[in-house]
Structure formats: structure tokens, C-alpha cells
Design a protein around this ligand. Structure first.
Ligand SMILES: Cc1ncc(COP(=O)(O)O)c(C=O)c1O
Length: 379
């Protein structure tokens, strides 16, 4: 079986598992807001899906996305995409080719790196899994790694999986470095709605930067596939000319996204309260489990990294014993080759009962994982 087929079988099996606890993909499993459900049901029942959506997205949604980021005054525009991943793929297509460099952190989000390599760019990952640097990128390290060949600086902010978030001063320092070499600074803002005080890069660098956003995590629309890239009009026009999605994104998903933005304040107050309580419960449980530790707390994403190395267990083994209990968590190697043997990641925008189950099982799962020497391949 090809590895693509094996990977697909793995996720197909997960999807077919009744009552699977999705604690691995930072998806949001809070029952949907009634207005969001209604908007999508109305869209389906009216059968408006027989028509294509406008190629850049419904104008009302494009405006609402820019307003939501607080960057309307910069003149930025949105291009609606099939998830944040398509927005990132489009940006890579626009800027990466042989002879260019794509500079990011380690850990980072791996798929844009794969897109950049496919386009012939050299990928440079600056290690940040290090308490000595506070698990974050510093301007000094970034400046040392960029040069005239650097066409993209890709910053996952808040970082998945670490959960660190950069402040205005840090973003402005990164922006100055990007400007000095003519690189596009991409801020992947997928998790910004879980952060205490995220700073949108476009507010500091209206030209020469792009933000990507997602409706998968805060609104819980992962399976609907909707996100956006937000940037200055000239870059949006350039991206529109390169896009494969010339027939637009899902009409139904866009209706859900618009309804979600209209109730965002109320919705996120609920989601954040649940997410914070789940993180606190896991943090407390880890503190009483020998050999485990949470390196970054609080996390500014809807997830927590749990270090497993001192417990003498492999992250894959812990993920596998939880999988046998119908609980999906992520092993570190999904995120990073270099640091992947140190940790697992657990997602927290989920029902409190799922997190209780995870916590109750934790000491027993650590013991079981210790006895599992060769866990199956994980994806
Ligand atoms: C950092 C990061 N960026 C982008 C995405 C993609 O999100 P979407 O579902 O909108 O494609 C993810 C999903 O896990 C992510 O972790």
C-alpha cells in the first residue's frame, strides 16, 4: 500500500470510529452556534449551492474577515480559500521557486514547508524548542538566517504546537527584518482567537506581509474547508491570478462563516472559557504524573504540549495506547523531526468530559505506553 493510501486508511478508520475523542487536530468540537447551523441549513435547503460563489468570496464575508482582524484601515483585502491550508499553498506558489529560501521555525506547521520544497525552495527551520529562548523565535536568530534569497518568512503565530504568541514589538522586529531582505512575512494566524493579545502583522507592515486565517479552529468548521488570506490589494490581485480555486470556495461554508463572525464575541467567550478550563485540568493532571511536564503554559492555542521524555516513553506509544481507548492525541514527530521524540500534543476546544477521560486515564496510559516498544506507524 502506498503511504498516501495507508495515511488515508488511518484517517478513514478514525472518522468511522463512533465516539472518537478528537484531541489531536486542534479542531473544535463544541456544538455549533444555532445561528451558524441555521445559516448553513438554510443555504442547503434553498439549494443555492447549484451556483458557484464569487471567485474571491462573498463581498460581505471578505469585508467581515478584514474587520475581524482589525486591519481595515490598512486597506487590506481578503481572498476566501478552502481552508487556511489553501491560502498558504497559494502564497508559497506566488513566492517560492528554485534559488529561493523559505525561513520558518522548528516546530512549525509542516505542510507549507512541504509546498515550498515542492516548488524548489530551500526550507530553513530555526529551532525554538528551547527554554533558553522561551520557546520562541528571536529577532537575532531570524536576522542571522535571512538573506537576499529569502522570499518567505513563515511565522505560525500562535505557534502550533508550542502555543507561544508574539507581541507587537517582536512582530515589528520581524517585519523590519523581512523588509530589509525583501521577503514576504506570512503570519499564520490560525490560532489567534485563542491568544491573550495577538498582534496582526498587517497593522505594522501593510505591504510586504500576509495573514492567513481559518474557520476550522475557533468556529469549528474544519470539515467545511474555509479560510482566507488577507493582504494588500496588489498581493491579493496577484494571488487571484495564480489561484486554482477560480470557481470560488464552498457557498455553504461561506454562509456558516458569515454567521459565525456575526456572533463571534458571544461564541468565543463560551469556547474560550471551556478551552481554558480544559487546559487547566490537563495542566493539573500532568503536574501529578511522574515524568510528564507542560513546557509552555498558558498556551495561546487550543492545545497543550506534554513532554514525555523523562517518563521514558515514546510519544508514538502514548498516542497509540490512547487510540486504543478511542482518544486521538498527536505525537510530536507529526510536527518536528528534530524534537518529535520529546512530546505529545493534546487539543482542548472539546467537551469537558473528553478531557476528564483523558486525564483520568493518563497514569495508566503512561504505564501501558512504557511496555509498548514498537507502536504502529502514526500520521
Ligand atoms: C498552523 C496551522 N495553519 C493552518 C492550518 C490549516 O487550517 P485549515 O483547516 O483552515 O486548512 C492548521 C491546521 O491544523 C494549522 O495548525
Amino acid at each position: 500500500m502506498s503511504s498516501a493510501a495507508a495515511r488515508n486508511r488511518h484517517f478513514d478508520d478514525l472518522f468511522a470510529t463512533a465516539d472518537l475523542r478528537w484531541l489531536g487536530q486542534n479542531t473544535n468540537h463544541v456544538p455549533a452556534h444555532p445561528d451558524v447551523l441555521r445559516a448553513m441549513v438554510r443555504s442547503i435547503e434553498s439549494e443555492e449551492f447549484h451556483a458557484y460563489a464569487p471567485p474571491l468570496g462573498f463581498e460581505a464575508l471578505r469585508r467581515a474577515i478584514v474587520d475581524d482582524l482589525g486591519v481595515a484601515a490598512t486597506g487590506a483585502e481578503a481572498l476566501v480559500t478552502e481552508g487556511g491550508v489553501s491560502a498558504l499553498s497559494l502564497l508559497v506558489k506566488a513566492r517560492c521557486r528554485p534559488g529561493t529560501r523559505f525561513v520558518t521555525t522548528d516546530p512549525t506547521w509542516k505542510w507549507p514547508c512541504q509546498f515550498a520544497r515542492q516548488a524548489g525552495a530551500e526550507v530553513v527551520e530555526i529551532p525554538i524548542y528551547d527554554p533558553a529562548v522561551g520557546y520562541r523565535l528571536t529577532a537575532g536568530r531570524l536576522a542571522a538566517e535571512v538573506d537576499a534569497r529569502t522570499s518567505v518568512i513563515y511565522l505560525v503565530d500562535p505557534n502550533n504546537p508550542l502555543g507561544v504568541c508574539y507581541d507587537r514589538a517582536e512582530i515589528e522586529a520581524f517585519a523590519a527584518i523581512a523588509r530589509s531582505v525583501g521577503a514576504l512575512l506570512i503570519q499564520d494566524a490560525t490560532y489567534r482567537d485563542f491568544a491573550a493579545a495577538p498582534h496582526p502583522v498587517l497593522a505594522s507592515l501593510p505591504e510586504g506581509a500576509a495573514m492567513t486565517v481559518s474557520f476550522s479552529k475557533w468556529l469549528g468548521l474544519a470539515g467545511m474547508r474555509i479560510g482566507a488570506v488577507v493582504a494588500a490589494p496588489a498581493l491579493i490581485a496577484e494571488l487571484a491570478g495564480l489561484s486554482n480555486a477560480t470557481l470560488g470556495a464552498s457557498v455553504v461554508a461561506q454562509r456558516g462563516a458569515m454567521a459565525g463572525l456575526a456572533v463571534k464575541g458571544e461564541w468565543m467567550a463560551r469556547v474560550r472559557a471551556l478551552d481554558d478550563a480544559n487546559k487547566a485540568a490537563i495542566h493539573a493532571r500532568v503536574a501529578t504524573t511522574p515524568g510528564l511536564a507542560v513546557p509552555v503554559y498558558p498556551s495561546h492555542g487550543n492545545f497543550l504540549v506534554i513532554e514525555t521524555a523523562a517518563a521514558g516513553i515514546r510519544p508514538e506509544a502514548l498516542a497509540e495506547v490512547y487510540r486504543r481507548r478511542r482518544i486521538m492525541i498527536r505525537h510530536g514527530a507529526y510536527h518536528t523531526q528534530r524534537f518529535g521524540d520529546r512530546f505529545v500534543k493534546v487539543s482542548t476546544s472539546v467537551p469537558a468530559a473528553w478531557v476528564r477521560e483523558f486525564c483520568d486515564l493518563l497514569p495508566a496510559m503512561v504505564e501501558e505506553a512504557r511496555a509498548l516498544n514498537s507502536p504502529p506507524e502514526m500520521f
